[in-house]
Design a protein around this ligand. Structure first.
Ligand SMILES: [Zn+2]
Ligand SMILES: [Zn+2]
Length: 99
């Protein structure tokens, strides 16, 4: 079975999201990093390489759960079309052992 986050903590002071996974792995995802890799069509266009988006506003207002496979991130500028699958999130984990 694929891993999934058992705990997702939005840390306003650190401007990061701490995700604890079902295999006990823990990753700290800075807001700007998550915003930069927003997977939505508006940010990524269609096809080609994944692009890093330099958004002016990287305030993460809210996180909601989509089905049992993804998180939706709601940004301070109203952008909220990014649906981050658990697989995608785990694949982009910025910790030393993943990168
Ligand atoms: Zn986007
Ligand atoms: Zn990691």
């Amino acid at each position: 079975m694929a891993v999934y986050p058992v705990e997702v903590a939005r840390q306003a002071d650190e401007r990061s999201v701490r995700m604890t996974w079902s295999d006990d792995h823990v990753g700290e995802y800075p807001f700007a990093y998550l915003r930069g890799w927003c997977p939505c069509a508006e940010c990524q266009g269609h096809g080609g390489e994944k692009r890093y988006i330099h958004a002016q506003n990287t305030d993460l207002d809210r996180i909601s759960v989509v089905g049992n496979y993804a998180l939706q991130l709601h940004w301070g500028d109203g952008h909220e079309t990014g649906i981050y699958s658990y697989q995608y999130l785990r694949g982009m984990c910025p910790c030393d052992s993943c990168q």
